[in-house]
Design a protein around this ligand. Sequence first.
Ligand SMILES: Nc1nc2c(ncn2[C@@H]2O[C@H](COP(=O)(O)OP(=O)(O)OP(=O)(O)O)[C@@H](O)[C@H]2O)c(=O)[nH]1
Ligand SMILES: [Mg+2]
Ligand SMILES: [Zn+2]
Length: 339
Amino acid sequence: MAKRRLSDQQRTRITRNQADRQQRLRAAAPAQDDSPEELGPEQPGLVICHYGQQLEIESLAPETAGRIFRCYQRTNLPALATGDRVIWQSDSETSGVVVALQPRSSLMARPNQQATLRPIAANVTAVAITIAPLPQAFANLIDRYLVMAEHLGLQPVLVLNKTDLLEAERDAELEAMLANYAGIGYTVLRVSTRAQLGIAELKAQLSAHTVVFVGQSGVGKSSLVNALSGAMAEESAAVGGMSTGHEKGTHTTTAARLYHLPGSGDLVDSPGIREFGLWSLEPQEVFDGFVEFRPFRGACRFRDCKHLQEPGCALRAAVDEGHISPARLASYFFLLETL
Ligand SMILES: Nc1nc2c(ncn2[C@@H]2O[C@H](COP(=O)(O)OP(=O)(O)OP(=O)(O)O)[C@@H](O)[C@H]2O)c(=O)[nH]1
Ligand SMILES: [Mg+2]
Ligand SMILES: [Zn+2]
């Protein structure tokens, strides 16, 4: 064991040395353009966006504060995410290299098709779970995000956008669902970026936070980020159309990006999800992610109760007594199945 660890360490050191050497070679190589290739001093920065191999780093150093540098990262670093605090060095007036990652307070990741986790946003403190009358909202997806937020200790906020599109009859189910979330204790905000409704309230709710907007494509995450940040045309997030016929979004946003709120707070716009991915959670963590279930943990007659047909099931009793909604229990089973 000790021997193996030593060789692991050696391997890491070799990789790091190689990376350093390549870095020095690259720095020492004759400049491709007429900019000097000498690396500047180590300085703090913030990852604004990570797409492909490129990072957009906002400088936090006094002399260049607020300026954006195109950077690549040293190969010994883990995958970086929007919101990461880093140490970087400039190699030109507009570019540089990220040399270190500073500790993260949180990391929101998303499973991809290969079931590996891809980091989306780091150091966020709140999650705005964005839904709309169209595209149709799914309780399962909302619950998945809620479980994730609870698990990471992030403040969840449910944001219903496009209230201008609400139709009483068609959206009765949506309203009932939202009333249920409010009843559990979640903050539910109603906004319309088109009709400019509820934006100030949402802003007030989020001003102390770094909040990531998540949800299906087409619900209006980018529209909300623009409305909140008051972004000027050239720096605003791209807003997409809706595919005709299916009332779905068109996956306009392709990489998470951070925007500063005037005053205080940061927003992270993220790409709409394509499928119900699997977050690697333990069944117990899923249970705990349903906050209104927690008082009934361990209260069933059988210690290994699956809350299906067992006699003396406290969870089922709670549903019968109206403390837990049947929809949330069904959602819990659905999430367990997809683990
Ligand atoms: N009616 C109405 N449409 C809206 C509202 N907000 C946004 N939209 C429209 O919804 C569509 C999708 O908006 P986006 O902001 O691109 O949605 P998104 O969630 O960022 O989508 P992805 O980037 O694909 O994940 C656009 O056509 C917007 O104009 C609203 O409050 N009311
Ligand atoms: Mg978008
Ligand atoms: Zn039970």
